[in-house]
Design a protein around this ligand. Sequence first.
Ligand code: NAP
Length: 358
Amino acid sequence: MKKIPVGILGATGMVGQRFVQLLTNHPWFEIRVLAASPRSAGKTYNDAVAEKWFSKNPIPQSVAEIRVLAVEDDIEKICSDVKLVFSALDLEKDQTKKIEENYASKGALVVSNNSAHRWTADVPMIIPEINPEHLEILDFQRKNRNWAGGIIVKSNCSIQSYVPVLHAWAEFEPTDVIVTTDQAISGAGKIFKTWPQMIDNVIPYIGGEEEKSEMEPLKVWGRIVDGKIEPAKKPIISATCIRVPVADGHMASVSVKFKNKPTKEQLIEAVKNYKNPVADLNLPSSPNDLFKYFDEDDRPQTRLDRDLGNGMTISVGRIREDGVLDYKFVALSHNTIRGAAGGAVLAAELLKAKNIIQ
Ligand code: NAP
C-alpha cells in the first residue's frame, strides 16, 4: 500500500517527538515534513533536538537527517508535500488558530493536539472509540469555510482516562462526577532534568486544566445540530487537577452518581464488554483491549500500567461504593501517547479508514 505523506508541526517538542516515534514505520503514514519554529528551521532534525530528545531510544535514522522547515514561512512547500499535518505547536491560542486555519485553507487536513480550536463549533473533538460519527461535521466545515483541507482536534490529556470509562457506563446515565487528576510532568512538556522543582513535590494547580477537564467531555458527548456540535448538558463535572512527580501517565480518581444506579458487577461487565465502535476498522494504533480492568486494590499504577497496549489502553480499577455519590473508581492513561500523539495518530487513521484522506 502506498503510504500517505504527513508532516508534524512542532516536531521538536515533547509531543512532536512522540509523533516522530509513533509515525516511524507506521503502516499507513510516512513522515515527509518536520517543522518547528524559526529557531530550529534549517537544522537537521538530529541537531534541532540534540539537547532535548527525551526518549531512551535513539532518534530514528529515517528522520535524523531531514531538514526542519519553518511552520509559518514554509507553509506553501509543506502543503504541496503532504496531505495531513499533525499539530503539536505550543504558541498563543490566536496564533495557533491562525496557523492551523492557513494549513486547512491550503488543502491540508490538520489533526491538532492544541486546545486553540477545541471550542470551535464546527471542529470535531475526536476520541475514535467514543464519537467517530462527529467526523461528519467536516463536510459542513469545508463547505462553510471554503477549505480544501480541514481541522479536527483531540481532547485534553487530562480527560482521556476517565471519560472513556464513563462512556462505557452511558446506559446508566452518569449525572454528577467529581474527579481529581494526578498528572505527570511530561504533560507540561517537561522531564525531571528540565523541571527539578518537581522532584519530591506536588503542585495543586495546572493553569486552565480544570476548566478543560470539566467542559471538554461535554463536547465529546455532544451531537451535531445545523453544522455545529452542541455540547451535552450532563453529567456535571467538578475537577481538581494536580501535578505530581511522575514522568508519564495521568491518573484520575473519580466519584460518580448515576440516574439509574447499577451494581458493581454491572459496572465491571460494562467496562470489560465495551463495544468499541471502530473495532472493525482494524486501525493500526487501536489497542487489542481499550480497557484493562484490575481487581487488585493497588492497581492501576503509573509505572506498571501506563504502557499497556503500547500506551493506548486505559487501565481501570478500584471500583467501589461511594458514601457520597454512588461509586468511585481509578483510571489511568498515558498522557503523551493515548492523551496526545497516539490519540491523534488514531484519529488520523480513522480519517483514512473512512476515506476522508487517501
Ligand atoms: P513543547 O515541548 O514546548 O514543544 C513546542 C513545539 O512548538 C516545538 O516544536 C517548538 O519548536 C514549536 N514552536 C514554538 N514556537 C513556535 C513558533 N513561533 N513557530 C513554530 N513553532 C513553534 O510543547 P509540548 O509539550 O510538545 O506540547 C505541544 C502542544 O500539545 C501544546 O499545545 C500542549 O498543550 C499540547 N499537549 C501536550 C500534552 C503533553 O502531554 N505534553 C498532552 C496533550 C496536549 P522549537 O523547538 O523550534 O522551539
